[in-house]
Design a protein around this ligand. Structure first.
Ligand code: F6R
Ligand code: MG
Ligand code: MG
Length: 372
């Protein structure tokens, strides 16, 4: 069996200007470094460098499995190198996501985001890579639920008998560091009871059902769920999550995987990581966060995996079929912006805990008197 690991490792190592985009020089550094590694070692089968907003994205295919020290180290070293250049250019927040200084075997917990999965490459293996900026991992809850559980989204859940067994969701309770695996459709209502609270419960993996023909322990989707504020103990931006989703032949079709993004739903993040706003599906060309540092964006890169080679990317939202979602996003952005500092545009108090707002409140603390 031809097992392959796909690792998407990403970090904001300096914005240009502010938190808008990644400077092309950083992309070049990452590309040149990966080219050299591929030439001189057998670590990588293939690689692609991409960017959304201020996040530099390294997509790597290899045979080393997930959480591999050598793979994580090479990504870490590239982010370090890019940070040096970012510092030279005085890019904004150079090295922002490299929160800890020393690499000790695994990039998780150091700042960068990681989504990776190992699986047996099928006869034909379509893969969609989603990359979001100015939002949090829970922003993948809604689309992943729709893709793997909602028959109004995914026709295959009705039409294709191989999808009738459903899927299993691994959901993380971010607050208590616990995880649970739940089956859809049999536990659909309980799943929604959790994942509707997108800042607390986050889908980490989707697996085939126990009785599926696909290997049941090989993920069909994975989301990066690192929480920067827990690492840094202060606000350093939302996590700007990424996800890998496999498609077709007993899994949702590419079009079913993209379909949830025809609706611009609300996510948390945007300006200062403190606002609810619409997620806007855009082409690579528009993957820069401008208005009010946003609105939050998502790009989708389509690949076929061929013996580990990454055939692609195809810029999947570069399509007028998503124009209405973009228009909807602009309308919602306008509507939300008119609330200014008021909730629910601004996030609720509990979620502001990790921003700079508590410093403002501290200043007022002593001026509060008891109410009779
Ligand atoms: C959101 C984000 C930006 C910054 C904002 C203020 O994730 O990164 O919206 O929060 O531009 O940035 P500072 O405090 O660095 O001036
Ligand atoms: Mg930034
Ligand atoms: Mg970012």
């Amino acid at each position: 069996m031809n097992r392959i690991t796909i690792s998407l490792i990403k970090a904001d190592v300096g914005g240009y200007p502010g938190h808008v985009s990644v400077n092309p020089q950083l992309i070049k550094i990452a590309e040149e470094s990966l080219k050299e590694i591929k030439e001189v070692s057998d670590l990588l089968v293939d690689y692609k460098v991409m960017a959304v907003g201020d996040d530099l994205q390294l997509l790597l295919s290899h045979k080393k499995g997930i959480d591999n020290k050598e793979i994580h180290k090479l990504a870490w070293d590239i982010f370090k190198k890019a940070t040096n250049q970012a510092k030279k250019l005085k890019l904004y927040g150079a090295g922002q996501d490299l929160l800890k200084d020393a690499f000790s075997g695994n990039i998780r917990g150091l700042g960068p985001g990681v989504a990776e999965m190992e699986f047996s490459e099928r006869e034909s293996e379509p893969l969609i890579v989603f990359m979001m900026d100015k939002t949090e991992p829970g922003s993948f809850n809604l689309p992943l639920f729709k893709i793997f559980s909602d028959p109004f989204n995914t026709a295959g859940l009705i039409i294709d008998p191989s999808l009738h067994n459903g899927f299993r969701f691994e959901i993380i309770d971010i607050l208590n560091h616990k995880k649970i695996i739940m089956h859809s459709p049999s536990e659909m209502y309980d799943i929604l009871a959790l994942i509707g609270s997108r800042s607390r419960y986050v889908i980490k993996h989707v697996f085939p059902a126990e009785n599926s023909k696909l290997p049941k322990d090989e993920p069909v989707a994975v989301v990066s769920t690192e929480k920067l504020y827990q690492i840094a103990e202060k606000y350093v931006g939302k996590d700007d999550p990424v996800a890998l989703v496999r498609a077709q032949s007993g899994l949702p079709a590419v079009g079913e995987v993209l379909e949830p993004f025809s609706f611009s739903y609300l996510v948390a993040g945007w300006m200062r990581g403190s606002h609810n706003g619409p997620i806007m599906p855009v082409s690579f060309n528009y993957a820069k966060c401008t208005r009010f540092d946003g609105p939050p964006r998502v790009i989708a890169a389509g690949f076929q995996i061929s013996d580990g080679l990454l055939i692609g990317p195809l810029d999947l939202f570069d399509d007028p079929a998503f124009d209405l979602a973009r228009e909807q996003a602009i309308t919602i952005a306008d509507y939300m912006r008119r609330h200014g500092p008021f909730e629910p545009h601004r996030l609720p108090m509990e979620e502001m805990e990790y921003t700079t707002l508590p410093n403002v409140l501290k200043k007022l603390k002593d001026r509060f008197l008891d109410v009779e």
